[in-house]
Ligand binder design. Structure first.
Ligand code: FES
Length: 448
């Protein structure tokens, strides 16, 4: 950054803040000449990707200003925008960007003097920023060796516990097979999505689709049933049964809320889950972090023990210090591992757009060379899209061959949304998703 003259991109709503800037000019209110104004029809029209892209394209700071709450020309555009900005700021700080690089405020058409004051304040804040300077089109660091996805994972299954659980898995598996046979025989469902062993290898369970009662013996259920099966439902016709862990069930519920599925087309065979095990025999990291052990919704419950016996509690990440100490260096290190193969996107139940933003030509978010800025754009953009929607199944992490651990970003955002807006994706079919609604008195966290 040029310390004497930071570059600040200012997105201004045409109906109020842009007119406020005009008034500052005609009223001879002096302010630093650092802002480059982009006029937008409403603050609600500002895609958080614009802000991320501006930072990665070389802007030292970004300022967004719209009509005061209650004065939006489109009535509620700024109420929706307010939540989006608050969450985006949390995401950027979790990634290590200095919070003062992005600034949100409200300025009306009659507040020329206030506009000048806001620009002065933003310029000073941006000048004081220390971290998060990266530009798309530059390679900051050489690519690092492929990382490990299994470092520091707790040994969650002692041999005694595993044996005990394994006996119970066999019981549940028998029950599962008999339920599925009955569902297919009496025509309740056309097919069952579940798991089968691959090549007789106990350590590898893969998704399978069973559409005949004769084939139900292929189904298995034990602690290697890792893949989230919910996205297979999107390709099915007619009523389909699905073997669902709590995270699969939450994903199904989210897909129903997002109108991608109809509840009446899905028959959920819910299972209690004590966590799935990876190839190294240890519990997967996402499963270690998870405390939702019982599906929040099901048609048949087939878990180990009764519903009331299962654990359901706070997440281990509830101490915010776990996340506040994360730094920009950590983000850079994870980005250096990424090879932009998009496996995380392919494995994610929530990434169902026909054309992902990364594959679009207009606007063209991606640069020709996949440098670190491009990787940051992809991961920050994807996390923005999943804000308030991710059920933290860990499919992205499991799919990554390069060992990129970027799930901590969405964990930070998910926790923030839970604490601030009392919303957790996939837990309640009735509740409005946090990012699709607003409250008039939503807190303006981090606003000027
Ligand atoms: Fe100004 Fe909506 S019209 S914020």
């Amino acid at each position: 950054m040029d310390n004497s003259s930071p570059k600040i991109v200012a997105f201004l709503c045409t109906w109020c803040s842009y007119a406020g800037a005009d008034l500052a000019g005609t009223g001879r209110n002096q302010y630093p000449p650092n802002i480059r104004v982009i006029r937008v029809p409403c603050s609600g029209r500002i895609n958080p990707m614009y802000i991320i892209k501006a930072l990665l394209e070389g802007a030292d700071g970004v300022m967004v200003s719209g009509c005061h709450p209650g004065d939006c020309h489109y009535l509620v555009g700024n109420y929706f925008a307010r939540r989006r900005f608050v969450v985006l700021k949390r995401l950027l700080t979790a990634a290590g960007f200095d919070a003062d690089r992005v600034n949100f405020t409200w300025v009306s058409a009659s507040e020329g003097a206030r506009f000048a004051d806001v620009v002065k304040e933003v310029t000073e804040k941006v000048l004081g920023c220390q971290t998060g300077n990266v530009r798309q089109g530059t390679v900051l660091c050489p690519a690092s060796p492929v990382g490990s996805t299994t470092e520091n994972r707790p040994l969650s299954y002692t041999s005694g516990k595993r044996d005990e659980l394994y006996e119970q898995y066999l019981e549940v598996e028998d029950h599962l097979i008999s339920i599925c046979r009955k569902l297919l025989e009496d025509g309740t469902v056309n097919s069952v999505i579940g798991y089968q062993q691959e090549g007789g290898d106990m350590s590898l369970c893969v998704p399978c689709i069973i559409d005949s009662p004769e084939d139900v013996e292929k189904l298995v259920w034990y602690n290697r049933c890792v893949p989230n099966l919910s996205s297979y439902l999107l390709q099915r016709q007619g009523k389909t049964a699905i073997v669902a862990k709590p995270c699969d069930t939450r994903a199904i519920l989210s897909l129903i809320k997002e109108n991608q599925l109809k509840r009446e087309d899905v028959y959920i065979i819910g299972h209690t889950c004590y966590g799935m095990v990876g190839n190294d025999g240890n519990m997967l990291q996402a499963c270690s972090d998870c405390t939702v052990r019982v599906p929040p919704i099901y048609d048949t419950f087939d878990g180990i023990g009764r519903k009331t016996d299962a654990i359901q509690g706070d997440r281990p990440l509830d101490n915010p210090d776990n996340l506040l100490n994360e730094t920009f260096e950590r983000f850079v290190n994870e980005m250096n591992k990424c090879i932009l193969c998009y496996s995380c996107r392919q494995s994610c139940y929530g990434c169902y757009c026909k054309t992902c933003f990364m594959d679009r030509g207009e606007p063209d978010w991606q640069t020709a060379s996949p440098d670190i800025g491009a990787k940051m754009l992809y991961h920050l953009g994807r996390t923005t899209h999943l804000s308030g929607r991710c059920v933290e199944c860990g499919a992205c992490e499991n799919a990554c061959a390069s060992g990129v651990n970027i799930r901590y970003l969405i964990q930070a955002v998910t926790k923030f949304i839970k604490d601030t807006y009392d919303y957790e994706a996939g837990m309640d079919l009735e509740k409005e998703p946090a990012m699709l609604t607003y409250k008039v008195d939503d807190e303006e966290i981090g606003f000027l």
